[in-house]
Design a binder for this molecule. Structure first.
Ligand SMILES: *[C@@H]1O[C@H](CO)[C@@H](O)[C@H](O)[C@H]1NC(C)=O
Ligand SMILES: *[C@@H]1O[C@H](CO)[C@@H](O)[C@H](O)[C@H]1NC(C)=O
Ligand SMILES: *[C@@H]1O[C@H](CO)[C@@H](O)[C@H](O)[C@H]1NC(C)=O
Ligand SMILES: *[C@@H]1O[C@H](CO)[C@@H](O)[C@H](O)[C@H]1NC(C)=O
Length: 264
């Protein structure tokens, strides 16, 4: 079956990419795994800063995960996606389909992704997992209605990317004026899956940052600042990195490469 071999050839997905970041970003939801990692030992946790850090000339260490060549980079078509079940109840079938042993790290990652996608959204948060281009388009239409949304991404503008280094804001941060946004995070899965969540009302501020690395690398980063952190876990790694406590002030983070931020 041509499609199965296509899927299998795309299989060596880097299952670790983005997982940490996602868990961190969604840690304000009690039912998501809480990061207990120590920022002193795990550079990938260095994705947070304060809104008061956003000025020309500010220098701070930031971790930008990057894809390797084996990471799937395209959404499937709806026909392709619909031919494969997407449900934790079908996990044994899926593990067989993708030829993962059920004790493998891939199996664990798939289960985590499926369960995350099956969680009910909390309060008035909008939440959807997207497995195809068509479902991405349906999702944006459902959220934004007749308004045509724009997509923002973080872009690495140099070829010599270093995962973790100090970056300097080389231009004045540019605020994106929007009251509605949906952020879509890539999930660890054998094909491309986005976990999208968003809200209406001014809960976040979005900034475009022009960053220059110590190695002269250039990154155009999209960053999101959460105005209200009062529902976040007191143990959240952002507070360990920046100080503060739930509700003590806005917390910002960079949007990883390959994640999408839809704005009105
Ligand atoms: C692995 O899957 C098989 C078939 O579904 C099941 O019988 C077995 O108990 C599973 N093993 C583990 C360790 O979960
Ligand atoms: C960033 O710069 C500070 C101060 O110059 C330095 O102590 C720190 O080790 C640097 N961090 C990285 C990741 O290079
Ligand atoms: C943002 O957009 C709204 C509505 O278009 C406008 O009223 C407001 O002045 C804008 N704010 C900024 C800071 O540009
Ligand atoms: C990285 O790339 C930038 C821009 O292409 C260049 O100016 C810089 O010298 C490079 N740095 C290293 C360490 O190769």
């Amino acid at each position: 079956m041509a499609f199965a071999s296509f899927i299998l050839s795309a299989l060596l997905l880097q299952f670790s990419l983005g997982c940490n970041a996602l868990e961190i970003l969604d840690n304000n939801h009690n039912n998501v795994v809480k990061p207990k990692e120590d920022p002193d030992y795990d550079p990938s946790l260095h994705v947070f800063f304060k809104v008061t850090d956003l000025y020309l000339g500010k220098r701070m260490p930031i971790y930008f995960a990057s894809n390797d060549d084996s990471t799937p980079t395209h959404l499937l078509s709806k026909t392709q996606a619909d031919s494969i079940p997407f449900s934790s109840s079908k996990l044994p079938y899926l593990l067989e389909y993708f030829q993962f042993s059920n004790s493998s790290s891939q199996a664990k990652a798939m289960e985590t992704t499926l369960r995350q996608c099956e969680l009910k959204s909390i309060g008035d948060e909008f939440k959807r997992c997207v497995t195809s281009l068509e479902s991405m388009m349906d999702m944006t239409q459902e959220f934004f209605g007749s308004v045509k949304p724009k997509v923002l991404t973080t872009k690495i503008l140099s070829s010599n990317h270093t995962l973790y280094q100090n970056y300097t804001l080389v231009e004045k941060p540019l605020e994106v004026n929007t009251s509605e946004m949906v952020a879509c995070h890539t999930m660890a899965y054998p094909y491309m899956v986005y976990y999208c969540h968003g809200h209406k009302g001014h809960m976040t501020r979005i900034f475009k940052l022009a960053l220059g690395g110590d190695n002269n690398e250039r990154i155009e980063s999209i960053s999101v600042c959460h105005k209200d952190t009062s529902m976040w876990d007191a143990d959240h790694v952002a507070f360990r990195l920046l100080g503060g406590y739930p509700g003590s002030g806005p917390v910002c983070h960079v949007i990883p490469i390959d994640n999408l931020v839809w704005v009105a």
